[in-house]
Ligand binder design. Structure first.
Ligand code: NAD
Length: 483
C-alpha cells in the first residue's frame, strides 16, 4: 500500500510521517550511528490494514482500521488506539514511530505501535460502538496484534476506558485460558483490571513536566520568563482527557490561570481565568464550548492559539501550528500535550523566535508510563502497595510512639505538629504510588534531555535532545541483539 505524502510541492508541509522522520534525521545527523542501523530504527516494521463489516441499523457498514508496529526492539509493543475520521495509514505510522521514541525516553520496556479506526464515534450510539469496537478487536486479536506479550493498546483520541474494557473482554472471550489476558490492553476501568490514576495520567504528566521545567531557572530564563508556575497564563487547545486534566491540575494545584480554551466549535476566553470543571461539564452536556455563559465566545477558535500567553498547551490533534500561523504565535513556552501539534516548518520558525517547545515524545509520556504500571500490575495480579502498606504503617508507628514519649518528656518546650501523626502514619495507597512513579519518571526523563542540551554545543532545543536520548537507547538495544 502506498503512503500518502504531502511534501511533493515545496510549499506544502510534510506529512505527519515525514515530520517525525525529519525530526529523527535532525537528531541522527548529530549522532554517530552506522547508516544501516539508522535506517533500521527509522523504518516502520509493519502496518496491518483491516476492513470489516458490521450489520447496524438494518444494513452492513464497512469500517477501515489499522495497527502499525514501528519497532520491536522490545516487546510487547505499545501504543494507543485512536477513533477519528482523520485516521489513515500515514498518521498511524507516524504515531507508532513516536511511541518507539517516547517509550525509550521514559524507559518503559516497550517497542512502538499505534492503531486507529476511521470512524466518528459521535455518529454511533453506545451499543453500536461496542459492536464495532469488539469486531475491530477480534480482527486484531486473531493476528496477535492485541496480546499481553506482543502488542498492548491503550486509549487515545476518541477512545477511553470503556473501549479498553470492551477490548479486554473480547480478548478474554477468545483466550479463555490466558491467565494474563487482562494485560492485553491498558487504560481499563479500575473494576476491569485498571490502575488508579491512569485516566488522569497524561494530563498529570504534562503538569509534572512543567513543574520540572520550572525547577531550573536556566530553563525558565530560556523561555523569557521568571519565577514558578504560579499566575502563569495558559491557553489550552482541546479539553478532552489530556487537556482537561492538565488544565485542571495546573489551575488547582499550581496557581496557573487558563485564559482560553480552544475547541472544535470555537474558543472561550476569560482574562481572569476559566473555571475548568464547569466548562468541561458544559462541553459534555452541549457538545462544544459555544453558548457557555461565563466567558466570551470566539467562532474562529484557532485564532486564539495566537493570543499572548506564557504557556500554550495544544492537546487536541496534530499540525495545528504550521508555517501558516507559527510566526503569529505569541506564547513563550509550548508544551506538546498532543502528538505532533507543531510541524517541522513551524518548529524552525518558533525556535528562531526563541519560543521554547517541550516536545510531544516527552510531554505526553505520562499515559504510557502509567500504562506500564498497569501492565505490570496485571501481570503480577496484585494491587501496588497491598503487601507493604500496613507494614510501613507499623514501622512509622514505632517512630511516632518515640516522638510521643519525647513530647511528654519535653513538656511545653516542644510538641508534635497537630496533623503530623495522621499524615506520617498513613501508608501510601495505589494512587499515591502511581503518582510518585510518574513524577519520578517525568523528572528523570527531563534530566536526561537537560543533560544533552546543556552539555552539547550542537544541540539547541529539547526536541533534538529528546530524540538523541531515545535513539541512543533504541540503538543500544539493537546492538545488544547483535545487529
Ligand atoms: P480526547 O478525544 O479525549 O480529546 C480531544 C479533544 O480535542 C476533544 O475535547 C475534542 O473536542 C478536541 N478537538 C478535536 N478536534 C479539535 C479541533 N480541531 N480544535 C480544537 N479542539 C479539537 O483525546 P485525548 O486522549 O485527550 O488526546 C488528545 C491528544 O493527546 C492526541 O494527540 C493524543 O494522541 C494525545 N495523547 C493522548 C494520550 C492519552 O492517554 N489519552 C496519551 C498520549 C498522547
Amino acid at each position: 500500500m502506498s503512503v500518502s505524502t504531502r511534501s511533493d510541492s515545496p510549499d506544502m508541509e510534510p506529512s505527519f510521517r515525514e515530520s517525525v522522520d525529519l525530526m529523527f534525521n535532525r537528531a541522527v545527523s548529530l549522532m554517530n550511528l552506522s547508516p544501516g542501523l539508522e535506517e533500521k530504527i527509522r523504518v516502520c516494521n509493519a502496518t496491518y490494514t483491516v476492513r470489516f463489516g458490521v450489520r447496524l441499523r438494518g444494513q452492513i457498514h464497512t469500517f477501515t482500521g489499522y495497527r502499525s508496529v514501528h519497532s520491536e526492539h522490545m516487546e510487547p509493543v505499545k501504543g494507543g488506539m485512536r477513533f477519528a475520521l482523520s485516521v489513515n495509514q500515514n498518521e498511524v505510522e507516524a504515531l507508532a514511530a513516536l511511541m518507539t521514541y517516547k517509550c525509550a525516553l521514559v524507559e518503559t520496556p516497550f517497542g512502538g505501535s499505534k492503531g486507529g479506526l476511521c470512524i466518528d464515534p459521535r455518529d454511533w450510539d453506545d451499543h453500536e460502538l461496542e459492536q464495532i469496537t469488539r469486531r475491530f478487536a477480534y480482527e486484531l486479536i486473531k493476528r496477535d496484534l492485541i496480546n499481553p506479550a506482543q502488542n498492548v493498546p491503550a486509549p487515545d483520541m476518541g477512545t477511553g476506558e470503556r473501549e479498553m474494557a470492551w477490548i479486554a473482554d473480547q480478548y478474554k472471550r477468545m483466550n479463555t485460558t490466558d491467565i494474563n489476558g487482562q494485560a492485553c490492553v491498558t487504560g481499563k476501568p479500575i473494576n476491569a483490571g485498571g490502575i488508579a490514576g491512569r485516566t488522569e495520567a497524561t494530563g498529570r504528566g504534562v503538569q509534572y513536566a512543567l513543574r520540572e521545567y520550572f525547577r531550573d531557572p536556566r530553563d525558565v530564563a530560556r523561555a523569557k520568563m521568571e519565577g514558578g508556575l504560579d499566575r502563569k497564563r495558559v491557553i489550552v487547545q482541546g479539553l478532552g482527557n489530556v487537556g482537561y486534566h492538565a488544565a485542571k491540575f495546573l489551575v488547582e494545584e499550581d496557581g496557573c490561570i487558563v485564559t482560553a480554551v480552544v475547541e472544535r466549535d470555537g474558543a472561550v476566553f476569560d482574562n481572569d481565568g476559566l473555571d475548568i470543571p464547569r466548562l468541561k461539564d458544559w462541553i459534555d452536556t452541549h457538545g462544544g464550548v459555544s453558548g457557555y455563559p461565563e466567558a466570551r465566545f470566539h467562532e474562529e477558535g484557532a485564532a486564539l492559539l495566537e493570543e499572548e500567553c506564557d504557556i500554550l498547551i495544544p492537546a487536541a490533534l496534530e499540525a495545528v501550528i504550521d508555517r501558516g500561523n507559527a510566526d503569529r504565535i505569541r506564547a513563550k513556552l509550548i508544551i506538546e500535550a498532543a502528538n505532533g501539534p507543531v510541524t517541522p516548518g513551524a518548529d524552525d520558525i518558533l525556535r528562531k523566535k526563541g519560543v521554547v517547545i517541550i516536545p510531544d515524545l516527552y510531554a505526553n509520556a505520562g499515559g504510557v508510563t502509567v500504562s506500564y504500571f498497569e501492565w505490570v500490575k496485571n501481570l503480577s495480579h496484585i494491587r501496588f502497595g497491598r503487601m507493604q502498606r500496613r507494614q510501613e504503617e507499623a514501622r512509622h508507628e514505632l517512630i511516632v510512639k518515640e516522638l510521643e514519649r519525647l513530647d511528654r518528656y519535653l513538656g511545653d518546650a516542644w510538641s508534635m505538629s497537630p496533623d503530623f501523626k495522621s499524615k506520617y502514619l498513613r501508608g501510601a495507597d495505589e494512587l499515591e504510588l502511581v503518582r510518585s512513579g510518574l513524577d519520578d519518571t517525568m523528572r528523570t526523563a527531563f534530566q536526561s534531555m537537560r543533560d544533552v542540551l546543556h552539555s552539547r554545543e550542537d544541540v539547541h532545543d529539547l526536541r533534538t535532545a529528546a530524540y538523541i536520548v531515545a535513539i541512543e537507547r533504541v540503538a543500544g538495544s539493537y546492538r545488544a541483539k547483535g545487529l
